[in-house]
Design a protein around this ligand. Structure first.
Ligand code: ADP
Length: 254
């Protein structure tokens, strides 16, 4: 077993009086693909947003590459890090959102180059060469000069994946990356995600795509009402789920 790259330790998160994460713990190993499944509202999106510190947490801790995300110890308390330090940490945890979030006024190539040039201060020429390679990997080298508005949803999401990869993150987080797409473009995005997984990227994926989870995930984590109710290899999970609520969930979407 390799060292964990992500460690989630007893994480609690509330929005006002609503506790949406009620003590979540699991590790993700280097190169592992973990799919988070579960009914709508069970806290999956909130959890991946916490990994990236897009949400603060109320209790527990999240470590990425051995370093606590978003906080530092101060006595027996945790203190939130500076915006600059958090931005630096986020480079390790690339995120692909449901709604692509590309910059509409930039071409596909500029979208991919933006982070490495502006945040990582790398030389533009070198970054552009690399960005073209990432666009090729997602099958979109020929669309490099297109603006997001000139691309289909599936193509935009593939640019978003290239953009996340260009930052050379330690782990890629996906928050329902295909649920805002037209059905005919879902497959092309899943194919790209599959190839990224095959290339060895560590991935945490919130998804409703059971075929993807079954085929690509090393491990499936089932959440319900803010807790993990089952964590298993994808084979065990789909062939012999142990938890009754997991069985009901799988029946419901079958
Ligand atoms: P899932 O991804 O499993 O569908 P979410 O993490 O999106 O679940 O949501 C979990 C719960 O937290 C839901 O009840 C949702 O309404 C609530 N929630 C999510 N984000 C916020 C927010 N920013 N403010 C208040 N409630 C929120």
């Amino acid at each position: 077993m390799t060292d964990p790259i992500v460690q989630i330790q007893d994480v609690h998160k509330s929005f006002g009086v609503l506790e949406v994460l009620k003590g979540i713990s699991f590790d993700v190993s280097v190169g592992e693909v973990v799919c988070l499944l579960g009914p709508s509202g069970s806290g999956k999106t909130t959890l991946v947003r916490c990994i990236n510190h897009l949400e603060t947490i109320n209790e527990g801790r999240i470590l990425v590459d051995g370093e606590m995300m978003g906080y530092r110890e101060k006595g027996d308390q945790l203190k939130e890090l500076s915006v600059k330090k958090i931005a630096e940490q986020r480079q390790r945890t690339g995120m692909v959102f449901q709604r692509f979030n590309l910059f509409p006024h930039m071409t596909a190539l500029e979208n991919v180059c933006c982070g490495p040039v502006r945040v990582q201060n790398r030389p533009r020429r070198e970054v552009e060469t690399e960005a073209m390679e990432y666009l090729s990997r997602v099958g979109l080298a020929s669309k490099a000069t297109n603006y997001p508005g000139q691309l289909s949803g599936g193509q935009q999401q593939r640019v978003a994946i290239a953009r996340a990869l260009a930052m050379k993150p330690k782990v890629l987080l996906f928050d329902e990356p295909t649920s805002a797409l037209d059905p005919e473009t879902v497959g092309e995005v899943l194919e790209v995600m599959k190839s990224v997984a095959k290339a060895g990227m560590t991935m945490v994926v919130v998804t409703h795509e059971m075929g993807f989870a079954r085929e690509v995930a090393d491990r499936v984590i089932m959440m319900d009402r803010g807790v993990v109710i089952e964590s298993a290899t994808s084979e065990e999970f789909f062939n012999a789920p142990k938890n009754e609520r997991t069985r009901a969930f799988l029946r419901g979407i079958a």
